[in-house]
Design a protein. Structure first.
Length: 55
């Protein structure tokens, strides 16, 4: 359950950043989380994408 939540948050942060062009600061304010937490979630999203693509 907790792992799924982490994946969902990482996916939301990735989409907000990549598709909607939001900055880390904007996402941080929107989700009421520290910028460091947002950056960590974004790194997790990229790691998931990288391992999922087989590269």
């Amino acid at each position: 359950m907790e792992e799924t939540l982490i994946v969902n948050i990482s996916a939301q942060i990735f989409c907000d950043s990549y598709y909607y062009g939001k900055t880390i600061e904007e996402i941080s304010i929107e989700l009421n989380q520290p910028e460091a937490s947002i950056r960590k979630s974004l790194r997790q999203a990229f790691a998931i994408i990288k391992t999922g693509s087989g590269n």
